[in-house]
Ligand binder design. Structure first.
Ligand SMILES: Cc1cc2nc3c(=O)[nH]c(=O)nc-3n(C[C@H](O)[C@H](O)[C@H](O)COP(=O)(O)OP(=O)(O)OC[C@H]3O[C@@H](n4cnc5c(N)ncnc54)[C@H](O)[C@@H]3O)c2cc1C
Ligand code: FES
Length: 280
């Protein structure tokens, strides 16, 4: 049996600075051994532990889509010890990836339905994976309308700017990009917080499922808006971020009641969360 704590060796192939403050960077990683890529089978919503030898490892959502072959992408906010070391890495450095870990968005349930994606800040990573996955020609026909509400503090803090512009131009996905505020006269999208834009733009919950990933405050204010629109709790899907260590349900660091966020989550329906203690 493979050792679940053993990371796969990967090479940093590209580092992209995403935001004006340079605190968010996307790392494109390539497996050193092609057979490891075969073993690393994932679906959007899952995460992995990124490790730097001698420094530690951190859980990060997988930002690439399984439809993109030959690499994995992770977008990392520079907040503390390990993420700061990661930000110092240059192309060519060898590090580790352990995973894939956790569950995924309910893809089978989402088939044949309208999909509403709601994201805020740097948590847009696994939602980027989901959008690329759904727009792949092999998958697009499985879903009905796709609407995306994505917000950042300012235009310079949006992730994946070129892809956002490309999705804006497509007619098989409706984008509602927003920023909290800007005085840029060239800004042509929305202004306002994500929950307000959801309220304004999303017209119906009929035959729809909503997947939501963002900071706790955004989740707290988006939930009642979705409920008012008529989304039942089992069709509101959240991805949670808790402090984690092992990522495989062994250390007990991340539990809410009897659920381990690393193993039973990080994706939970609101219906499931309502059965758990309010610790998230
Ligand atoms: C399932 C999951 C997916 C995640 N996906 C992403 C992602 O795509 N991109 C990204 O940038 N970050 C993501 N995170 C958060 C990321 O794991 C933390 O920012 C990281 O562990 C910080 O490690 P550090 O050593 O740099 O900071 P530390 O030195 O450990 O801590 C620095 C600061 O960050 C806070 N912090 C540490 N760990 C977490 C955590 N797990 N959640 C919230 N705050 C934390 C600490 O309280 C402290 O204030 C995810 C977390 C989880 C659990
Ligand atoms: S992180 Fe160890 S049990 Fe979840």
């Amino acid at each position: 049996m493979d050792n679940p704590y053993q990371p796969y060796p990967v090479r940093v192939d590209q580092v992209i600075t995403e935001t004006v403050d340079e605190k968010l960077k996307t790392f494109k990683l390539v497996f050193l051994n092609p057979e490891d890529e075969q073993k690393f089978k994932y679906l959007p919503g899952q995460f992995a532990e990124l490790s730097i030898p001698g420094k530690g490892e951190i859980p990060i959502g997988i930002a690439s889509s399984p439809t993109e072959k030959g690499f994995l992408c992770f977008t990392v906010n520079e907040v503390g010890l390990v993420s700061t070391y990661l930000h110092m890495l240059k192309e060519g450095y060898v590090m580790g990836v352990r995973g894939p870990l956790g569950n995924w968005y309910p893809w089978e349930e989402m088939e044949g339905k309208n999909v509403v994606i709601v994201g805020g800040g740097f948590a847009f990573t696994t939602l980027r994976s989901s959008i690329v996955y759904m727009l792949d020609p092999a998958n697009r026909g499985k879903f009905k309308d796709i609407e995306v509400v994505y917000g950042a503090r300012t235009p310079g803090m949006l992730l994946y700017k070129e892809e956002l512009a490309e999705w804006e131009r497509r007619d098989d996905i409706r984008m509602h990009i927003t920023v909290d505020g800007t005085d840029d006269p060239g800004w042509k999208y929305n202004k306002g917080f994500v929950p307000a834009i959801v309220k304004e733009k999303i017209k119906s919950a009929e035959d729809a499922i909503a997947i939501v990933c963002g900071p706790p405050i955004m989740i707290r204010f988006t939930q009642p808006v979705l409920e008012e629109l008529g989304f039942p709790p089992e069709r509101i899907i959240f991805s949670l971020e808790m402090r984690m260590k092992c990522g495989i349900g062994m250390c007990g660091r991340c539990n809410i009641g009897d659920q381990y966020v690393c193993k039973d989550g990080p994706v939970f329906s609101l219906a499931k969360l309502k059965q758990l203690p309010p610790e998230y």
